[in-house]
Unconditional design. Structure first.
Length: 359
């Protein structure tokens, strides 16, 4: 494997739209959401290990999840953890990870990948990342993987690229965040738009330079820790200074501001698994279009349902259509699939009425 290849897995989110399975103390990336025997973060780690040496895969997460990471990925050392003492958006932890890698290997190229995505064709994924690594090692560019849209989804960001470019790696024209339906439909008709996958590839030199130019205060803050990164003193520095960083995403802080952004339209199927409906779309269905994870079911005149239980509990549905039915310990949630985006609001109501024990 190429010793200049590194990866950063982003594993700090809560995934509240997958409540009650995903909670603040045990988020979705640590669950076997697909019923495969591996949690989402374990699947992501294995996928990246096809190209990146395991000891060069960093895990960025909240420090309250350190034990979960080490339980599920025992091969990961303390030096591979990028621990956030407070919740921030993606830019601060990505910069800190890039500086840690840069200190170890100034010639490195790195991929930043969420821990909770579904990718079916892992060979195509590996080939696409390799193409991006090669491009990023040759030019001062900031890359992302774009997903060819299959319908006018209003929940994803879109990337417009120069369609006339003959290269597989396309110059980016602009980013558009979550357009309305008519706008998304027009993007598909134009043909030179892809969904923003939230995966990024660049050389560490290029991304550190971009932070210095676009987010100079954040760059100056984290440069103060260069002497202690990858040493036992790193934890103390981060604990003292991380909270001073601006709460800003890598998309808004860097990618939308830079003029050297490129996109590679991906050749693999992808889903960001953002909510129960996304999971329903990707799992096998019975003759009545029901999806069942773990439960033993008796489904009478019931169609299009998503049934998920923590154990092999018997679940009986009678005359129920297009619902999400999710059980975990002492919580049962039954919500129409059409209202899955309301689960976050419902969770807040439960916290108000019954406390944080259920969240």
């Amino acid at each position: 494997m190429n010793k200049d290849y590194y990866a950063v897995i982003m594993a700090g989110g809560v995934g509240s739209r997958f409540w009650p399975v995903s909670t603040s103390s045990y988020p979705k990336q640590f669950h076997d959401m697909l019923g495969t025997g591996d949690s989402l973060i374990q699947k992501t780690f294995k996928r990246l290990s096809n190209l990146v040496p395991q000891e060069q895969i960093l895990i960025s997460t909240n420090d309250s999840y350190k034990d979960l990471v080490q339980q599920q990925l025992p091969q990961v050392s303390d030096a591979q953890l990028v621990l956030e003492p407070v919740m921030r958006n993606t830019a601060p932890c990505i910069l800190m990870a890039a500086l840690k890698i840069h200190k170890e290997n100034p010639n490195a190229v790195m991929v930043v990948a969420p821990s909770d995505h579904w990718i079916e064709d892992e060979q195509a994924f590996t080939a696409n990342i390799k193409t991006c690594f090669e491009a990023a090692s040759e030019e001062d560019i900031l890359m992302t993987l774009g997903i060819n849209p299959t319908f006018p989804n209003t929940g994803y960001g879109y990337i417009q690229y120069q369609g006339e470019s003959a290269s597989a790696v396309k110059p980016v024209i602009r980013f558009t965040e979550k357009p309305d339906y008519e706008t998304a439909k027009s993007f598909l008709e134009e043909g030179n738009y892809v969904w923003n996958s939230g995966m990024f590839i660049w050389s560490v030199a290029s991304i550190v330079k971009a932070f210095e130019e676009k987010l100079p205060a954040m760059h100056a803050l984290f440069m103060q820790g260069m002497e202690v990164y990858n040493t036992p003193a790193e934890f103390e520095f981060v604990g003292a200074r991380f909270a001073e960083a601006e709460n800003i995403s890598i998309d808004y802080g860097i990618m939308e501001q830079a003029n050297n952004v490129r996109v590679l339209p991906a050749t693999f199927d992808w889903n960001d698994l953002g909510a129960w409906g996304a999971l329903y779309d990707k799992l096998p269905k019975d003759a009545e279009n029901n999806v069942v994870v773990r439960a033993k079911t008796q489904l009478n005149n019931s169609t299009g349902n998503m049934v998920y239980t923590a154990s092999e509990k018997v679940v009986v549905l009678e005359d129920l259509h297009d619902f999400i039915v999710v059980e975990k310990k002492d919580v049962l949630v039954v919500v129409p699939k059409a209202k899955e985006q309301e689960i976050k609001r419902i969770l807040n109501q439960v916290k108000e009425n019954f406390g944080n024990d259920y969240a």
